[in-house]
Design a protein. Structure first.
Length: 132
């Protein structure tokens, strides 16, 4: 038989007193959970949001050195440039494949055989370059 989960309801005054204790005694949410036997990892955090004790919530602080902002802009520009280059390369490949299909069709050649032969030739040429 499945056991039902016990739901605890805390009074508003209890919630506020816990938040006040956290603030005045510099407790972490985890310490307050243990002290007051509160279940649920985000319970106290939700209370802090609800009752406006935002000073208790973790804040993300980003520290940046003077050159980091410029470096970040450079990196974003480089990513944008690389994405554009990739898009151009994909487009060029699609054009080349379409052209090959049309040529094979016009010359009544087997497309797969032509691709296989071209791949073998490319490997042969590359192996010649690496031997030099």
């Amino acid at each position: 038989m499945k056991q039902s989960k016990q739901i605890l309801r805390y009074s508003e005054s209890f919630k506020l007193s816990v938040l006040k204790d956290i603030e005045s005694n510099h407790l972490s949410f985890g310490e307050a959970m243990l002290k007051y036997n509160i279940k649920g990892r985000s319970t106290i955090q939700n209370w802090a949001k609800k009752y406006g004790n935002f000073s208790l919530l973790n804040k993300i602080v980003i520290m940046k050195k003077p050159g980091e902002i410029d470096r970040l802009k450079e990196m974003k520009n480089e990513i944008r440039r690389l994405k554009e280059a990739l898009a151009d390369t994909v487009l060029d490949r699609k054009i080349a494949e379409s052209t090959l299909e049309v040529i094979c069709e016009d010359m009544d050649l087997d497309l797969e055989k032509v691709k296989k032969k071209a791949g073998e030739e490319l490997q042969r040429r590359q192996s010649k370059k690496t031997k030099k």
